[in-house]
Design a protein around this ligand. Structure first.
Ligand code: HEC
Ligand code: HEC
Length: 172
């Protein structure tokens, strides 16, 4: 006769075994990948001119500075109405590098002096050091134009993945 109770105990035991391994895999994935963009207004307003940087690429104070100086945004006027500005600012602040479980976020953060508030991801010491071997001329190529154009070389940047294996520098 099949012992139902024994089977139940077995199922509970097996379920318990799988739980830790799943959450461990999740943790590993969280460490590898910058959390994806979840705010539609950010997507719409900030994606109009360039690649959508994940909020985990800069500290909170940097996002606040960027959002409070949109009228003088790298030579452009990127001003928004107060409601939109406040929503995006809140989203970026709540998902900044300090709140991210990604390894890159931690490295970017620890590379920045507490006295400095960079407004460019590309000028943070960690990102600078990672790109130090690239000749300046490379950024002038038609399909790249700037180091700020992460997705030109990092093919999976929009998924929050900046791994070495997903990089391809365009020849033109
Ligand atoms: C009107 C166009 C425009 C809009 C809209 C715009 N930006 Fe920009 N942004 C720029 C330009 C131009 C640069 C400089 C790019 C370069 O150096 O190649 C830039 C650069 C940046 C950088 C620095 C990139 C780096 O690491 O070098 C950040 C961060 C940034 N923008 C965030 C935002 C956010 C947040 C918004 C939405 C509130 C936004 N941008 C909307 C034009 C725009
Ligand atoms: C011209 C192409 C190019 C552009 C544009 C570019 N990168 Fe990179 N990036 C590279 C290359 C090549 C490497 C690997 C350098 C090495 O290993 O020596 C790299 C390395 C990195 C790394 C480290 C990856 C690792 O596995 O250690 C990060 C993180 C990164 N880039 C983020 C960015 C971000 C964020 C932007 C945009 C603000 C950006 N990159 C723009 C080419 C580029």
């Amino acid at each position: 006769m099949i012992n139902i109770k024994a089977i139940r105990v077995m199922i509970v035991f097996l379920a318990a075994l799988t739980i830790p391994s799943v959450s461990l895999a999740d943790k590993k994935e969280d460490a590898k990948r910058l959390p994806p963009i979840t705010n539609d207004l950010y997507r719409k307003e900030c994606g109009a001119c360039h690649f959508l940087y994940q909020p985990g690429l800069l500290p909170e104070r940097s996002w606040i500075k960027i959002m409070d100086t949109l009228d003088k945004h790298f030579g452009e006027d990127a001003s928004l109405d107060t409601a939109a500005k406040e929503e995006i600012k809140k989203y970026l602040a709540q998902n900044s590098a300090e709140k991210s479980a990604a390894k890159r976020s931690k490295k970017i953060l620890s590379s920045i002096k507490s006295s400095s508030t960079p407004v460019r991801i590309s000028e943070t010491p960690y990102i600078q050091s990672k790109h130090r071997k690239i000749y300046k001329e490379v950024y002038k190529r038609e399909s790249i134009k700037s180091i700020a154009n992460c997705i030109a070389c990092h093919k999976t940047a929009d998924e929050g993945l900046y791994e070495d294996d997903n990089i391809e520098i365009p020849k033109k």
